[in-house]
Design a protein around this ligand. Structure first.
Ligand code: FEO
Length: 396
């Protein structure tokens, strides 16, 4: 039995083995959790459920702390299947129990489950007295789905934030002060970069709204991963910084190469970036983890994309990351393209077209080298990297 505070329990599920979060095509190197919470007061309230395959683990945890049939309310902060999947099984025990949802959650629950469950639709700021404590519902639309909301437990000072402030991190422990926090922050950053970046404007607005409410917060309890108990507002501050897009003054080079020429270019360009005093990382996208690369893009001001030209196009291993750049809508970044070619040489132009679609500013004309670069051309690549870095610094 895991207790957050007296009368408030974690009843979720640990997913130790997940390494690929299917819905988001997201790598999860450290597994994940689906956090569900039970509040015992004059009313008994469950906050969220778990992904359907882990229903048994969830019901077992729930049974340890409560007679399931005595639950008065189920709050569904968000209806995505990783949090609502166990709901049909749970409702077999509780067919008449009221499910609390946001306005958008009402549509979401109908469209996902097509059941005639009893719903209570709550609006932003609405309160529900449950005995000694009180729930406040805070709409969090597009953080990260239209139906998303937070639930605040006044009296215990716990913010159940659902996906916001979460991380994919399986753990035997509950709190950030009980684990290696460096790992948790790595996962929190990756989570934001890969899931929340497109909604940054709304994240910033919601955080300003939350700060305006002046809610005393002792614990932030997200629906994935570790709960923030030590300095709980640090993750809120980090989200605000991330949402207002202030990337670090470093660069990332992402490429693939047929026979090593574009690889040599990448290394030489990197050396040039280093000459300008700028830190950089190089990833061959054919072997790197796509979501880890996205996280590096998230942290970087400059992006250099490289591909050999093949069949008048790009090496196909570049395509997922190019799609990600469009979908994630990174702002305040600068970029350039490079690559080797044999006869037609369209690679750079196509990469620049993708950068254009992603609305990323191109600050330097692309660099292409025929077949394998010689020493003079490698020097040209190095100088190209130095000039790129200088231009990048002037854009900060
Ligand atoms: Fe963790 Fe939006 O589901």
């Amino acid at each position: 039995m895991k207790e957050l505070k007296e009368g408030v329990y974690w009843v979720g599920a640990n997913d130790w083995k997940v390494r690929y979060f299917h819905g988001y095509e997201l790598s999860t190197h450290r597994g994940s959790t689906y956090n569900s919470y039970l509040i015992k007061d004059q009313k008994t309230v469950l906050i969220d459920t778990v992904w359907e395959p882990l229903t048994d683990q969830f019901l077992e945890h729930l049974n340890e702390v409560v007679d399931i049939k005595t639950i008065d309310y189920i709050v569904m902060n968000h209806l995505e299947p990783d949090h609502s999947g166990a709901l049909p099984a749970l409702m077999e025990y509780l067919p008449d129990t009221t499910i609390i949802v946001s306005k958008k959650g009402e549509e979401s629950i109908h469209r996902h489950y097509h059941k005639d469950w009893k719903l209570k639709v709550v609006t932003n700021g609405e309160k529900l007295n449950i005995g000694e404590n009180e729930l406040t519902f805070v709409e969090a639309s597009m953080l990260h789905w239209p139906d998303s909301m937070f639930t605040y437990l006044r009296g215990k000072n716990i913010l159940f934030s659902n996906d916001a402030f979460g991380q994919h991190f399986a753990s035997s422990e509950l709190f950030n002060d009980e684990v290696d926090e460096t790992e948790v922050w790595q996962e929190a950053t990756k989570y934001y970069a890969n899931i929340l970046t497109p909604f940054s404007r709304l994240v910033a607005k919601k955080i300003e709204e939350l700060q305006g409410l002046n809610l005393p917060i002792d614990i932030i309890a997200p629906s994935h991963g570790i709960l923030w108990r030590k300095n709980p507002m640090d993750i809120v501050t980090a989200y605000y910084k991330w949402a207002t897009e202030t990337p670090n003054s470093n660069a990332v080079i992402i490429y693939n190469s047929m026979w090593g020429a574009t690889h040599k270019m990448a290394e030489a360009i990197g050396a040039g970036i280093g000459d300008a005093g700028v830190s950089y990382k190089i990833y061959n996208i054919a072997t790197a983890d796509r979501n880890d690369v996205i996280t590096e893009i998230f942290k970087s001001k400059g992006i250099l994309l490289g591909s050999s030209t093949i069949n008048n196009g790009l090496l196909t291993s570049l395509m997922p990351i190019l799609e990600d750049l469009q979908g994630l809508k990174f702002s305040n970044r600068v970029a350039a393209a490079f690559g080797s070619f044999g006869w037609s040489g369209e690679g750079n132009t196509i990469l620049e077209q993708y950068l254009g679609k992603a609305k990323i500013k191109i600050i330097q004309e692309g660099l292409k080298i025929k077949y394998m670069p010689n020493d003079k051309e490698l020097e040209e690549c190095r100088n190209y990297g130095k000039v790129f870095a200088e231009k990048m610094l002037s854009e900060l």
